[in-house]
Design a protein around this ligand. Sequence first.
Ligand SMILES: [Zn+2]
Length: 482
Amino acid sequence: MRSRIIALILIAILSGSAIVYSVINPRTPGTTEPEPPIPIISLNSTVHILDTTTYKGDMINMELSVEVNTTTTLSAIRINATDPKYNRQGSQMIPLNLTLDAGQLTTQLKISPAFPDGFGMVMAEPDLAYQIDSYTLFYNNSKNYIKTGMINSQLSIMKNTAYDQMDHLDWTVPDQTASVVASAGTLNITSAIPTTFTLSTLINTTGYTRLNYSLSIADANLVMLVDNYTLGPIPENYLPLGNFKGMHNLTLTGTINTGGSLNMSLSLITKRVVFFTVIADNHWAGTGTDGYVFRDPSYYIQQASSPFENVFNVTYIPSKVVHTSTPDSDNLVDYTNTVLTEVGTALNLTSDIWTIGSGTFEQNMGYDLLLVFTNVTMQHLGIVYGNQTGAFNLGVHSRGSHYTGNYRLPPVFADNLIQHEVSHIFGAPDRFTTTSPPSIMTKSTPDAALGDILRGTFWLYQTSWLEQDIQTMTVVLQSFYW
Ligand SMILES: [Zn+2]
């Protein structure tokens, strides 16, 4: 070994003196032109954080500045961070694919709050100062150049809070005999004589919207319109505005039959709910013996997210993939018990096992939800733990069911299956087309299945929920406390 080191040093010395020699003594006699200089790449870089606070689930804004003396390709950057509470390190790789000429470049980076490499970690807890430690910049790929540097910034996560749009509205009150005092979420309408009133405002709905209100008198003959669409029948204390995404005109008309006054308080509350989701994956993607070609679970989770986002303002962030063993029986409960330990080990959780139960658990170190996927035909297509009163933190999905005649799930239904099982997590029960209208929760009895498929009322064709289930899920969702 020592002789090899000595040999290397010798080569280095010799090649060094060869360069010096050739510069001093140009090889081509008779010319005065010097040899071109050996190109030396110099790269200076800094990375810093732009905002020191962010809401749970939001991307983190950072800035990368690079200065080079020659054309350089930046391929990727790895950001390393620490969770001070659990002393967990995590990192994530962000592709850059930038080529810059000699000079300086400053570019914005959007970093995910999930750092999936290694044991994985997520920046989930409010009022905790996460540490963004350092970075590794990968450039000129063919030469495998890297540059490391410190960041040393702290980032605090804020809890997503409820936002009441009614506190920020401007009401338009046309001339009328009634006197209307409208301020934000409160309306006072008075009149000495029986009269009708109309008032309107613009609302910006994020999706499915429920307007809550209270009335001082019951016989106001109140009618509410979104744009020109009359809503009704109006329940006692809330109004399902339905799935109106974007800016809309909300109009209230009514009558004060008795003369006198009508007091109304209104609230239109939205609150973002974020789930850092762990994916336990047993060969879900790929071509099965059935010939169906499936993509990664995260693809179908993103598809299933959109109804949740529209209706509940819920976002799923696929945060960590754990590859799990193949089931040794067709029982999903048995398989799940195996997976819980495999996930606990892969995430290096303090309890060595994923803790299941109602809501978000501290033992799961910031992760909210575990979704399990296997391509094996099991007894059931999916299960959730618990008694459907939620909120549980585990859903399991298979690509086939022995229970329903070895049915294999086509890829086009994968997002619907995920939506169905995750809805159980939030307390929505199974329903049947024989007794309930079509919805993602309304399955077919064996006798009704063919008719439901032909009519398009089959549950795996649906993406909507019944109003009753929306109410249940809205309450249950709030028990995920982060
Ligand atoms: Zn079900």
